[in-house]
Ligand binder design. Sequence first.
Ligand SMILES: [Cu+2]
Length: 136
Amino acid sequence: MSRLLLILLLVFPGGASAELDIHNAWIKNLPPAVPVRAGYMTIRNARADAISIIAIHSDAFSSVEIHRTIAEDGMMRMEAVPTLVIEPDSTVKLAPGGLHLMMMNPAEPTKPGDVLQIVIELDDGSTQNLNMTVKK
Ligand SMILES: [Cu+2]
């Protein structure tokens, strides 16, 4: 590694990528027979520009989508959100009954306490790894 690069890494530990501050990232545990899990988190964009999540993937699931829950004619249904925009200086919550990650086909049965990693792709081309804890 060049000396300049090393210095840059020390001075700018996050690099120049558009990183989101993500807290309370967790996955609701379900019995092995259920082929999906829902994931929740609080996402903060402290920057002056909007950041969009354009894709999420994980070795622990066959696919991960962002969904929103909408009430229509008294029925609740879910709809995919292909791009989740987090406006500048704002916070988006994924929580039960609202926005959530829909995580398909766990590679292994999940249990409370498991930590599963996902990779979040942002619209600036950067990626962000996130550990999510499985909870009851
Ligand atoms: Cu869903």
